[in-house]
Unconditional design. Structure first.
Length: 294
């Protein structure tokens, strides 16, 4: 199948629609004595082809973001494994909207996610926690809890092959993403450093593909984006600014090229987390709705 790229024996990248860019993501197919598909954000046509040829015994989700779980409704609940964290919301589209965005844009978010990438309600009958080892018969995969992006965010490590599926520690030039209310920059930094500490010959990024060279340098550059964002925010505070000023400036997203109301909300979330962090560190102050550099 042209959508499959062999990463190691019996481990394949499943190439997603839109080259793996949001609102889709690449998946991983494991073909041991049991067959597993990790992530269902590849696109419905690709998932249908995987189901027809391989009929995976396990469907495993890294976390509850739509670009990673949107096609889960195509599979029966007894085959789906999801993180134990936030399991009450995962698969319930309305509760996912309540979790991820503010009330004023929830209906818009639901409509957008239903349209593309095709999110529908689904149920996961099985759940896992950090340290869980999936045994597919000859191939073992470890669930590595990596919170900060979301509470339920996991990466997956194949110890024998030294392969890490980094999920949304995706090593893209955009850098770390922490745009939900539950997201936490410092927690995510700790998770990124933990994952970086594993012995890795190969990384599979859901939004880039297979990476074999310069892995440590890519992790360092990915982490460095956080510092670059804070320096940009501090430069922008050459005069006092309110959150509307920040959102108009789009310091993080640079432009709102997808669903603008959603992206503006996410921009405010991410900038707000940086400002809170800078206030704690004594580099920024706040008076009323305005922030200023100290």
């Amino acid at each position: 199948m042209s959508m499959l790229t062999e990463v190691a024996k019996n481990i394949f990248l499943v190439a997603a629609e839109n080259n793996g860019r949001f609102p889709y993501c690449h998946g991983v197919l494991v073909t041991g004595r049991l067959t597993a598909l990790v992530e269902t954000g590849c696109g419905a046509g690709i998932l249908a082809a995987v189901e027809e040829k391989f009929r995976p015994d396990r469907i495993i989700l890294s976390h509850g973001h739509p670009d990673h779980c949107s096609g889960s409704w195509l599979f029966p609940p007894e085959r789906i494994w999801a993180p134990r964290e936030r399991r009450e919301e995962t698969g319930d589209v309305r509760r996912m909207a309540e979790r991820f965005v503010r009330e004023e844009i929830r209906e818009y978010w639901i409509a957008s996610m239903r349209e593309e990438p095709g999110l529908r309600d689904f149920k996961a009958q099985n759940h896992f926690s950090g340290g869980h080892r999936f045994d597919f018969g000859g191939i073992t995969m470890e669930a590595v809890h990596a919170p900060g992006h979301t509470d339920d965010h996991y990466c997956f490590y194949f110890p024998a092959q030294k392969i890490m599926f980094t999920t949304d520690i995706d090593l893209t030039p955009f850098g770390p993403w922490y745009g939900n209310p539950e997201s936490d920059i410092d927690r995510f930094v700790r998770s990124i450093r933990t994952v970086r500490g594993y012995e890795m010959a190969t990384v599979i990024s859901p939004h880039l593909g297979v990476i074999r060279d310069g892995i440590r340098e890519r992790f360092d550059a990915f982490l460095g984006v956080i510092r670059e964002r804070e320096e940009k925010i501090l430069r922008f505070l050459r005069s006092p600014r309110n959150m509307s000023d920040f959102v108009e400036a789009a310091l993080i997203y640079r432009k709102y090229s997808y669903r603008e109301p959603i992206m503006r909300y996410l921009e405010a979330q991410m900038v707000g987390k940086h400002l809170d962090r800078l206030i704690i560190r004594g580099r920024v102050g706040r008076k009323g709705d305005r922030y200023y550099r100290i």
